[in-house]
Design a protein around this ligand. Structure first.
Ligand SMILES: [Zn+2]
Length: 359
């Protein structure tokens, strides 16, 4: 795990243990940077990790392999490096999903103005039963859009558990974790967000919550399965009164599976439908596309938020009080949780309709 030692941000998916949340909180006090919040021992059924990296001083050697390139926009493409450790089924689905999401939500041509996002962007993917198998890219690890300053890449360090049937926390049904496909969409969408916003990511709850929302919209539409089915449970009630700490990464990494961030993103969509009397797809477009786009040359995200959504961030935060907080109804999770079911999207919403007006 030596690669992880130098990574700034890390998060753990679908963590079932309250104790671990406490550990993460302790490890992520304000002002602390480059801490590792490496999950230790949990009974989590889904051990995927995702890391969000700030640029690190880690030079990346030139790639020497001839990669497969797949155009997703006129002048922007990805270069796939898919290691033989990956199941062929996943590799085939990866390519299908990348083509699919690339058509549904094309990368903005303005990506050419984001200097550290070069084209083609390398995607390194492997199963971490082996250490990073790419000698030409020794600094690559985790699940992230990562960078070394001048360059960025996508890393998909898959865990072997993703390819083994296993029990999920909420069901006795044994099946493969749909997250093995969702993560492809999640990391793709970060590239979309960075391109359209000029890499202005704040607030992080919307940057990460937006990617989580889209990966679930995608898996709901294409695979009939998503975290919406159980209303993103468990969403810890920690930030209901004041979610502002989730505007930055320091606390967002303590947000279990970005659950609260995703809840906020979906709650914002619902609030916009209500206040502006617009369709669900239009509200999603405002949140996932228009807001990011409006930030492109604006550093004051709060101002852009107010202009795009017709309410200030604090005004939106106050609306979260309408959601019910209960003791966890599930034995495997302890603590107060938010009942986010009123914020869940329609089952028949289509991604095509959300992105139909974008380039
Ligand atoms: Zn992410």
């Amino acid at each position: 795990m030596s690669n992880n030692q130098r990574q700034n941000m890390i998060r753990h998916r679908k963590i079932a243990a309250v104790a671990l949340v406490a550990v993460l909180l302790a490890a992520c006090s304000p002002g602390e940077t480059a801490t590792q919040a490496q999950p230790t021992t949990t009974s989590t059924p889904e051990p995927e990790l995702e890391q969000e990296l700030e640029p690190v001083e880690e030079p990346k050697p030139e790639a020497t392999v001839a990669p497969t390139e797949s155009a997703t926009a006129e002048e922007f493409s990805f270069a796939y490096h898919l290691h033989e450790s990956l199941p062929s089924e996943w590799v085939a689905e990866f390519e299908t999903i990348m083509d699919d999401i690339g058509e549904l939500a094309p990368i903005s041509p303005r990506v050419s103005e984001v200097s550290h996002f070069q084209s083609p962007m390398d995607i390194w993917a492997w199963v971490n039963t082996v250490e990073n198998p790419f000698p030409e890219a020794p600094g690559v690890s985790g699940m992230c859009i990562c960078g070394d300053g001048p360059e960025s890449w996508r890393s998909l360090e898959m865990h072997p558990e993703s390819f083994v049937p296993q029990r999920r926390g909420l069901s006795d049904e044994e099946k493969l974790d749909i997250h093995r496909y969702q993560v492809i969409v999640h990391e793709y969408f970060h590239v979309f967000q960075v391109a359209i916003s000029g890499d202005r990511r704040e607030p992080i709850w919307l940057f990460e919550g937006g990617a989580q929302a889209l990966e679930n919209l995608y898996s709901q539409q294409r695979y009939g399965e998503s975290s919406f089915e159980h209303s993103l449970f468990p969403i810890t009630a920690t930030w209901v009164e004041d979610p502002s700490p989730l505007e930055g990464y320091e606390y967002t990494q303590a947000d279990n599976n970005y659950g609260f961030s995703t809840f906020m993103t979906l709650a914002l969509v619902k609030e916009l439908q209500l206040q502006q009397e617009i369709s669900e797809a239009d509200a999603f477009r405002l949140v996932l596309v228009d807001f990011q786009e409006a930030k492109f040359d604006q550093d004051d995200w709060e101002k852009v938020f107010a202009e795009t959504f017709g309410m200030r961030p604090d005004e939106f935060y106050a609306t979260l009080n309408k959601y019910t907080i209960t003791e966890s109804p599930e034995e495997w999770y302890e603590g107060d949780v938010v009942d986010a079911s009123p914020a869940m999207p329609s089952e028949d919403i289509r991604i095509e309709d959300i992105f139909s007006q974008t380039e």
